[in-house]
Design a binder for this molecule. Sequence first.
Ligand SMILES: *Cc1c(COP(=O)(O)O)cnc(C)c1O
Length: 240
Amino acid sequence: MSMRENLEVVRQRISRACERSGRDPSGIVLVAVSKNQPADRIQEAVNSGLTVFGENRIQEAKAKIPLCPGRARWHFIGHLQSNKVRDAVSLFDMIHSVDSLELGSELQKQAEKQAKTLRVLLEVNVAGESSKFGWNPERVVAELSAINRFTRLELHGFMTVAPYAVDPEKVRPIFRRLRELRDQCSQQLGAPLPELSMGMSGDLEVAIEEGATILRVGTALFGERPRLKKKEPIESDHID
Ligand SMILES: *Cc1c(COP(=O)(O)O)cnc(C)c1O
């Protein structure tokens, strides 16, 4: 199938899930996860109407973004090492994967240097998987006010990567838990935390039903991901 056809299928899935849950599809941002995809595929995606792209490796993004249409917007969705923070701040509009106070502090410093404010989400490891990065839920509650003091970071909400499951119903409790955590934190801060980045190719319907506002979809838009040619250091705990 062409990219346009894939996009049409994904849009239909989104609109049906929105209908079922009484939500407005215009309240949902579709992030096209373009990791491992060459610039010409991203050009094709932009031509098909996609505008926001998700990358999980700074090295790859740094090489690729200058080759892509200027209209494209970029979100970082992988684990961010502190030595890559400078590039992350200059390349990305939003970081989904702030996973520690130390990283928050590094981002604050770099954003200050670059005279920017940065939209961020906190990545929560809801299922407590040892293979994944992200805050544990109790810790995020405890450290919330410290994070909120980073003046250069605009805290918009939370992100999670659910465990892999063949049956998407299995991950519903994870998405629900993230929403409940968001509600609790928003009350604690006395400020809205509107964004929930959750849901990928296999489970976006369930994510929408549980309140997702940002979907990160790769395979369903681009098809199977090409493998990286040479072994690169994996900065992401996530799915390659
Ligand atoms: C790769 C990746 C995705 C997209 O996964 P698909 O199953 O291809 O849709 C979403 N989120 C993160 C963090 C990823 O690393």
